[in-house]
Ligand binder design. Structure first.
Ligand code: NZQ
Ligand code: ZN
Length: 388
């Protein structure tokens, strides 16, 4: 049952090969000072940095740069960004990069004027933002997270080994995002396929939960089918525009608050994955792929009807003459084959996890209750062991 809800997503999207030109429509809406946030330099290599600087100058903007945002942005970096934003009294934050850059930009947006430690207030206590918010716009160069059209912001505290995702409300969503699939062509293969699995995982976290005869489930099956089809093409030819553009669009819809409607949502793969990230600084999508098969095989009996539906509707398993369990298992086997085929990391050892970390990772895993099975700490350790 869908229940009662409010649906509104304030982010305006500009999509396509020549979508950067729309930056000219957005910039006049904001004051003179633009804080340009980017990562480790990929935007300079692909020439996007120069294009952005040119457009900002043509629009008579004063540019305050904050580069060097690392994958899995840290809380120390967040404090630095807050200082830069506040000291310069910036009017707009322009994030140019992947999920890490967009997440960090939203964290700075909400935290710069926070009067106490934003890590405690927004990431540990997850309070609503009640201070001044700096508007954010994004130019996306890597797909997977959905950060371009949601309130998510994931920050890592290296001292405490905690990686925590905060879901800011609508006020912090990007005001606009520019999505040009061509920018994603240069993403290294490892990051590209990790992003593909991040998309798949976002959908599955919502699909395997709660009621399952609502529109959201049908939309998600469509998104999954499109993703599987296009990702197989993209791994063979990363410059296939049709495939990369479909994936970019699928990625946005996988996590922009639409398909969660009517669902209780699971998110345990992400909770375990984030705890692994806190210990290893591993690539987000790979932390998810490494634990997914042991996790789904473990919870399958608790949501058998849905795993059966997944096998038939997403993986084209022929149900004739088979038990529900056989069908469901066959679906998961096909998922595993696909994951290996596109080159995902399938165990946590390959991400640098060692036996002595398992207890700590389990302790840092938030246990959520929206899935088919509420896990205990011991079950998390079992799943981690099976992922080794
Ligand atoms: O830093 P640069 O030099 O830009 O290089 C990046 C980085 O090394 C590179 N890259 C990005 N675009 C490129 C490129 N290289 C060449 N050409 C391009 N066009 O790719 C590397 C990874 O980038 P990153 O932004 O870290 O990847 P992703 O988009 O996967 O973001 C991961 C972060 O997002 C969080 C993750 O936990 C992680 O911290 N998430 C955010 C979510 C949200 N906002 O809702 C949800 C997700 O579940 C996820 O947790
Ligand atoms: Zn994710």
């Amino acid at each position: 049952m869908l229940g009662t809800f409010v649906y509104s997503n304030p982010t305006k999207l500009y999509f396509g090969e020549d979508s950067l030109k729309f930056l000219n429509d957005e910039l006049p809406k904001y004051g003179k000072k633009v804080m340009l946030i980017y990562g480790g330099g990929s935007i300079k290599k692909i020439g996007l940095y120069d294009e952005i600087i040119k457009i900002l100058k043509e629009n008579d903007k004063e540019i305050i740069e904050d580069g060097g945002v690392m994958p899995n942005p840290t809380v120390e970096k967040l404090y630095e960004g807050c200082r830069i934003a506040k000291e310069n009294n910036v009017d707009l934050i322009l994030a140019v990069g992947g999920g890490s850059v967009c997440d960090y930009a939203k964290a700075v947006s909400a935290s710069a004027y926070c009067e106490e430690d934003p890590w405690d207030k927004y990431f540990i206590r997850m309070e609503e933002v009640d201070n001044k918010i700096i508007p954010v716009g994004c130019v996306l160069t890597m797909v997977g997270t959905g950060s371009e059209m949601n309130g998510g912001s994931v920050i890592t505290n290296t001292a405490t080994k905690q990686k925590i995702g905060c879901g800011f409300d609508e006020k912090v969503f990007p005001k606009f995002s520019i999505l040009n699939p061509i920018y994603t062509f240069s993403v290294p293969r490892y990051q590209m396929v990790a992003g593909f699995f991040d998309i798949m995982s976002h959908i599955l976290e919502q699909y395997f939960s709660g009621d399952d005869d609502n529109t959201s489930d049908y939309i998600m099956e469509g998104l999954l089918r499109s993703l599987i089809h296009s990702s197989r093409i993209a791994v063979k030819n990363p410059k296939d525009y049709e495939a990369r553009s479909n994936i970019m669009w699928t990625s946005t819809w996988a996590l922009n608050t639409l398909v969660e409607k009517g669902k209780s949502e699971d998110w345990m793969v992400h909770m375990i994955g984030q705890a692994i990230g806190g210990y290893t600084d591993a690539t987000h999508g790979m932390t998810l792929s490494a634990v997914s098969m042991p996790y789904y095989r473990y919870i399958m009996p608790y949501g058998l009807h849905k795993f059966k539906r997944y096998a038939i509707n997403v993986w084209n398993v022929n149900p004739d003459g088979k038990t529900d369990e056989q069908i469901a298992k066959e679906g998961l086997n096909r998922m595993e084959e696909y994951m290996k085929e596109i080159g995902l990391v399938m165990n946590i050892k390959d991400l640098g996890v060692t036996e002595d970390m398992l207890e700590g990772i389990a302790d840092n895993t938030f246990i959520l209750t929206g899935g088919y099975k509420v896990l205990t700490r011991e079950e998390i350790i079992e799943i981690l062991k099976a992922s080794m």
